[in-house]
Write a protein that binds this ligand. Structure first.
Ligand SMILES: Cc1cc2nc3c(=O)[nH]c(=O)nc-3n(C[C@H](O)[C@H](O)[C@H](O)COP(=O)(O)OP(=O)(O)OC[C@H]3O[C@@H](n4cnc5c(N)ncnc54)[C@H](O)[C@@H]3O)c2cc1C
Length: 410
């Protein structure tokens, strides 16, 4: 039985990119906000570490640009793909704004930066090792009035909140407690994440090769490559059973210059599966509760845009909700406005990802056709199309800007 009750204005479940950004912005608006994170720290498995141009611009607006710049990171200025023999290069130099690149930082460094900034605000609280386990309902049995959670000592407690925001990712507890099922769009692939050493003089940046039956993306992380190796959906067990030599052969086939270091990858313990999901909730809110980020829409890794979209959701939510939350209210009509604002860019980017799944990834994974698909040839030939793609990846449709109350510096 729960033994203790507490109160906050906005309870954020999950301290990923969406939850930390929302917590920071609401705290800067003077809203009492409590973020609960089930892990003790941000140091966990690789989760993707691309910080796109629009998020970099946002960090500048928040006065966090200099601190971000002091974190060791690498910049990607061109994305080079080879799709069934057809080279396609996305040049980010021509993008508008100060940041004509994508930055690569470990996600935990970005989250720690946001947490440090938020913790200087008197109305902010981050509870680590604290897991949301369920939702509290009001007297009408419908309105969500807070959460039940397990604290760092393992005790079950309750916290009441005017608004609960599910930022708890693709396996969201908040979403499950509401009984909501996202609509799934399927995906033709899963991804194996692994690392191989990078040596001085090796190619930098981000490069991908998709060929008949194979797909490999190498991301320069300084002294190593973070590698995404694309495998057919649901084939993890079968492919592991084929053994390490088969993986070595597949990697060297797509990226031949990895041959001289391929033996450093000796165990499948170092190969992590990403079960690719692409889904979206029909409705992101109900009375007293809202889901954003992956909890509302899991993105495919295509384009590496999941963090950017999660952050953009948080910015829109903070801008739309800070006013009413300051007076201790979160009317459902305002929650609806958050979904209305973020639905179109999300649906658009998911439609793009689905098209790339169907026309590029599935074709490369399954067909014996060595010809690149028509869509790929069109993009390769058209500078304008390549600019549009670069813009969509690095900035995205409807980029969100920091609310005035949250801006610091220049
Ligand atoms: C292996 C991998 C690689 C990826 N690569 C990229 C990439 O290169 N670029 C990119 O943009 N995106 C990438 N993504 C996707 C990206 O990580 C997500 O889209 C993004 O992190 C979503 O942010 P979020 O805040 O909505 O959710 P998450 O980042 O999933 O954060 C959810 C947080 O909630 C916490 N949590 C969960 N349940 C509870 C609970 N019950 N109580 C309290 N806390 C809870 C979790 O511990 C976590 O900290 C990758 C994802 C994975 C798994």
């Amino acid at each position: 039985m729960p033994r203790q009750s507490d109160k906050t204005t906005c309870l954020v479940a999950g301290a990923g990119p969406a939850g930390m950004m929302l917590g920071l912005l609401l705290a800067r608006a003077g809203v009492d906000v409590t973020v609960m994170e089930k892990h003790a720290d941000f140091l966990r498995d690789f989760r993707g570490d691309t910080v796109h141009a629009s998020t970099l611009g946002l960090l500048d607006q928040l006065g966090l640009g200099p601190r971000f710049a002091s974190i060791p990171h690498r910049l990607i200025e061109t994305i080079r793909m080879k799709l069934q023999g057809q080279p396609v290069e996305l040049d980010l130099h021509r993008l508008p704004g100060r940041h004509q690149h994508i930055a690569l930082v470990p996600q935990w460094d970005l989250l720690e930066l946001l947490a440090d900034a938020a913790q200087t605000e008197p109305t902010f609280r981050l509870l680590r090792s604290t897991e949301v386990t369920g939702l509290l309902r009001g007297a009408d049995g419908a309105r969500v009035v807070g959460v039940e959670y397990r604290d760092s000592s393992g005790e079950t407690r309750q916290m009441r909140a005017e608004l609960t925001v599910g930022c708890d990712g693709r396996s969201s507890t908040v979403r499950s407690a509401l009984g909501w099922q996202p609509r799934g769009f399927g995906a033709p692939m899963d991804v194996w994440w692994l690392r191989l050493p990078r040596r001085p003089g090796d190619p930098g940046g981000l490069a991908g090769v998709f060929d008949t039956g194979h797909g490999t993306i190498t991301i320069d992380r300084g002294d190593y490559y973070q590698i995404a190796h694309v495998i057919p959906k649901g084939s993890d067990a079968e492919m592991r059973a084929q053994g390490m030599p088969a993986l070595h052969r597949a990697l060297v086939r797509t990226v031949p210059w990895l041959a001289d270091r391929i033996d450093t990858l000796s165990s499948f313990d170092d190969v992590k599966l990403l079960d690719v999901q692409l889904n979206r909730l029909r409705r992101w809110y109900s009375d007293g509760v809202l889901c954003i980020g992956d909890a509302a829409h899991a993105m495919s890794p295509v384009g590496g845009i999941g963090i950017n979209l999660a952050v953009a959701d948080a910015v829109a939510a903070a801008r739309i909700l800070a006013g009413p939350l300051r007076t201790g209210r979160a009317p459902a009509a305002r929650l609806a406005r958050v979904q209305a604002r973020r639905w179109a860019p999300t649906a658009f980017m998911q439609a793009m990802q689905r098209a790339i799944h169907a026309r590029v990834v599935a074709v490369a994974m399954t067909s014996g056709d060595p010809q690149p698909p028509r869509a790929v040839r069109l993009v390769a030939q058209s500078r304008r199309l390549r600019w549009v793609l670069a813009y969509l990846v690095a900035i995205g449709p409807l980029p969100e800007h920091a609310p005035r109350y949250a801006r610091r510096g220049g």
